[in-house]
Design a protein around this ligand. Structure first.
Ligand SMILES: *Cc1c(COP(=O)(O)O)cnc(C)c1O
Length: 418
């Protein structure tokens, strides 16, 4: 129980007793509901893109507060489909942050557009509207804010600059199922928003994605792109648009419906855990907490992030995490590194012979010149606690905080023993 461990106890890494000597909640969460819904689909023989898919689209769109939802194979194809439906074409520039999953940027490349990286805000880790403004050129057509870890980007300012420069806004909301800003759901704050249901996400069917919007024409176009170019009411073999097959199955929809029924409660649970961590980690000088998110009464946490002041702490993030793992806390440095450092961009593995003939190849875009200093700093000092951990109960979250305090308090001993 909390308080049972004094921070001066010997770190588990140096032979002491681990603070978190219990298992964390396992992800994905599933129960009888998934089982019976899956069996129902199996036995019905209706496996293909039917009533359950449509029901999930309606229910998820309504959960986020949007009029329409169009499912697709994953969060990556959702962005590609959305950009195409928004009229983004080869050679257009799309402003994206570099602190996100690779798909935010590569989706633009896949449709022939050019991602232009703008830095993030050090307090929110989301796109910095000031740097985004600096990155606007005569070729800019779209902007993709990412709601990192479930925190909504500064959409007021992003929409403002989008309007001023005639850009269209697609929200990559792949961490923001359930997040709301001033009562409005993530994905409804720009022209459209995209979500992922891949297995690491807070609601999952193994794979899956959706685009939501209030714009019926945009939704219809996305439906067509995802459904082999068919249009509403068209003959089966009448393919009006250039589409692909991005459909999901009734099996996936059955699982997603069961997961969706649990989402609100899980969002609340993680939010309580995050609030508890905000409070219990608030007066540790080596821990730099992110700014609070006013206006976000409901906020999903794909992960809980804080930043480490390694100079203040006296040990590296690597050593800190090593000690934290020994205490039983599965924290990590996060998966992200500045996207422009990945081979696909830095080594220009985009044009032939790498597969996609992109205008990038001929435009003299050299991503080795790109620098987003805030993103680079965050990549070197962020600590992530994954969302399954945030589903733990209050005493366990208090122990987690205790483990962090213990490692911080023992930093001198941990330094000497390296
Ligand atoms: C997961 C993720 C995606 C891509 O989703 P997939 O379903 O894995 O294709 C896009 N953007 C962000 C921010 C993500 O976390």
């Amino acid at each position: 129980m909390p308080g049972q461990f004094s921070s001066s106890d010997r770190p588990a890494l140096l032979g002491g007793k681990a603070v978190c000597d219990f298992p964390w909640p396992v992800w994905p969460v599933h129960d009888q509901t998934e089982e019976s819904q899956l069996l129902e689909v199996l036995r019905s023989g209706q496996w293909w893109y039917g009533e359950k898919v449509r029901r999930f689209e309606r229910e998820f769109a309504a959960f986020q507060g949007a009029a329409y939802g169009v499912t697709c194979t994953n969060g990556t194809t959702a962005i590609e489909m959305g950009l195409r439906a928004l009229g983004i074409v080869a050679g257009d520039e799309v402003i994206v942050p570099p602190y996100t999953f690779i798909a935010t940027a590569t989706a633009a490349v896949t449709i022939g557009a050019v991602p232009v990286f703008a830095d993030i805000d050090p307090e929110t880790l989301c796109l910095d509207p000031d740097d985004a403004t600096r990155k606007i050129s005569s070729r800019s057509r779209a902007i993709i804010p990412v709601h990192v870890a479930g925190r909504i980007a500064d959409m007021a300012r992003i929409n403002e600059l989008a309007e001023a420069h005639n850009l269209t806004v697609l929200e990559d909301a792949a961490h923001a199922w359930g997040s709301q800003y001033d009562g409005r759901g993530a994905g409804t704050l720009g022209r459209c928003g995209t979500f992922s249901f891949q297995v690491s996400k807070n609601i999952t069917a193994g794979e899956g994605g959706i685009l939501i919007t209030d714009d019926k024409d945009l939704a219809d176009l996305c439906r067509s792109f995802s459904h082999c170019g068919r249009t509403e009411g068209s003959e089966w073999y009448d393919h009006y648009n250039l589409g692909s097959n991005l459909r999901i199955t009734e099996f996936q929809a059955a699982i997603l419906l069961a997961q969706l029924a649990r989402l609100e409660e899980q969002v609340a649970r993680r939010q309580l855990s995050a609030a508890l961590l905000d409070e219990t980690l608030s007066n540790i000088p080596a821990i730099r907490q992110l700014a609070p998110a006013p206006g976000m009464a409901r906020r999903s946490y794909h992960m809980y992030i804080f930043r480490l002041n390694q100079t203040e702490l006296g040990i590296s993030r690597g050593r800190f995490l090593e000690a934290l793992h020994a205490e039983g806390v599965p924290a990590s440095e996060g998966w992200y590194r500045p996207l422009y450092r990945n081979g696909v961009f830095a080594d220009a593995h985009i044009g032939p012979p790498h597969g996609i003939r992109s205008p990038l190849a001929g435009m003299g875009v050299d991503y080795r010149d790109v620098s987003c200093p805030v993103c680079e700093e965050v990549c070197s000092d962020a600590v992530w606690i994954p969302h399954n951990v945030l589903l733990a109960d209050e005493p366990q979250i208090l122990r987690l905080a205790e483990a962090i305090r213990k490692v911080v308090a023992n930093a001198p001993a941990l330094r000497q023993s390296t």
